[in-house]
Design a protein around this ligand. Structure first.
Ligand SMILES: Cc1cc2nc3c(=O)[nH]c(=O)nc-3n(C[C@H](O)[C@H](O)[C@H](O)COP(=O)(O)O)c2cc1C
Ligand SMILES: CCCCCCC(=O)C(=O)O
Length: 341
């Protein structure tokens, strides 16, 4: 089903936009490694566990979800479909999934909030702290439930497909709508190689929202994140779009989860394409997963209905594989469900 939606998305999109959505950094080694790492996992199901109907409901940082599945923050949804982030938000809400709105959304958060279920907002902390603080105030006022700070982007990864295609700017009429300053002018997103842990402390001081760090791969950084008072972590390599050669997320997850030791929720993204991948992620120590490109395929192929189809089918697939593995709830997935290859 996902493969069919992917093919339809490819047909629907301009080639340069398809490449932007689909591509990764450098030789795309990490992009491929994410899916390969999940494909390598082998599961050891239990039998005769009398699980009955499964219960996929999951609560993360006070946000209640139908299943442990969220939409990963991805930029520029109006390039994929005319309804853009409004379609993503409506599709995610209909599927009971969480939605992490990208800072590079092409729709204002107030309009997204009007049709969304529970939503979080992804931030690149800007060197202009007053501008960042104003944006935090704006998303708080719009009803955001958590801030997801992307920490894997001190500079932009080298996306060779975009260089080849000359894709550097949004077409006329589209912009990052949440980057307007007080005068209404749209700013560019600045990646900030000067960012350190003090910036997280600064953010902690200006908001009461839970702060989730996205892009952690090393267990020592997971430990530091706990020490700096963050509320959650996302094990992510940005879908292979930043440091090419970075470890696959399914491979990084167990050590990060062990370092966190249950003190915070740990989420993972990158290469999640099947219910069995979600099951594996849970067994490897995740509390939930985020899904990036498949949601974009659904959006490009069918707007809100396409997004819903992707998320519903992942939740239904997870329900089936939980039953097949002899487990009733996501939280009950045991570590010994996976064996190392
Ligand atoms: C087209 C595209 C745009 C993205 N934009 C953002 C973004 O704005 N902010 C961010 O933190 N991550 C961004 N990401 C990374 C995703 O949040 C996520 O980490 C990644 O897509 C997960 O891998 P998957 O696509 O294999 O599911 C983007 C990914 C893609 C594919
Ligand atoms: C200059 C706009 C930057 C948008 C960043 C989107 C992103 O993170 C991506 O992976 O693409």
């Amino acid at each position: 089903m996902l493969a069919e939606l992917r093919a339809r998305a490819r047909d629907a999109l301009e080639p340069a936009h398809w490449d932007y959505f689909e591509g990764g950094a450098g030789d795309e080694r990490t992009l491929r490694a994410n899916e390969e790492a999940f494909a390598r996992v082998r599961l050891v199901p239990r039998v005769l566990r009398a699980t009955g109907p499964r219960d996929l409901r999951t609560t993360l940082l006070g946000t209640e979800l139908r299943a442990p599945i969220l939409v990963a923050p991805t930029a520029f949804h109006r390039l994929a479909h005319r309804d853009g982030e409004l379609a993503t938000a409506a599709g995610a809400a209909a599927a009971g999934a969480g939605y992490v709105v990208s800072m590079a959304a092409t729709t204002p958060v107030e309009a997204i909030a009007a049709v969304a279920g529970p939503w979080w907002f992804q931030l690149y902390l800007q060197p202009d702290r007053d501008f960042t603080a104003a944006l935090v105030r704006r998303v708080e006022a719009a009803g955001c439930r958590a801030l997801v700070v992307s920490v894997d982007s001190p500079v932009f990864g080298r996306r060779e497909r975009d260089h080849r295609n000359g894709f550097h700017d949004l077409p006329a009429g589209l912009c990052c709508e949440n980057l307007r300053d007080a005068a209404g002018a749209v700013r560019d997103i600045a990646m900030d190689a000067g960012l350190g842990w003090a910036a997280i402390g600064w953010l902690r001081g200006i908001t009461g929202l839970p702060i989730v760090l996205k892009g952690v791969l090393h267990p020592a950084d997971a430990e530091l994140a706990v020490e700096h008072g963050v509320s959650g972590l996302i094990v992510s390599n940005h879908g292979g779009r930043q440091l090419d050669g970075a470890v696959a997320t399914a491979d990084a997850l167990p050590a990060v989860a062990k370092a966190v030791g249950g003190r915070l929720p740990v989420l993972v993204d990158g290469g999640v394409r099947r219910g069995a991948d979600i099951l594996a992620a849970l067994a490897l120590g995740a509390d939930a997963v985020l899904v990036g490109r498949p949601v974009l395929w659904g959006l490009a192929a069918g707007g809100a209905d396409g997004v819903r189809l992707v998320l519903d089918s992942l939740a239904e697939d997870l329900d089936r594989v939980l039953a097949l593995a002899g487990v009733r709830t996501p939280a009950a997935v045991p570590p010994d469900l996976v064996v190392s290859p």
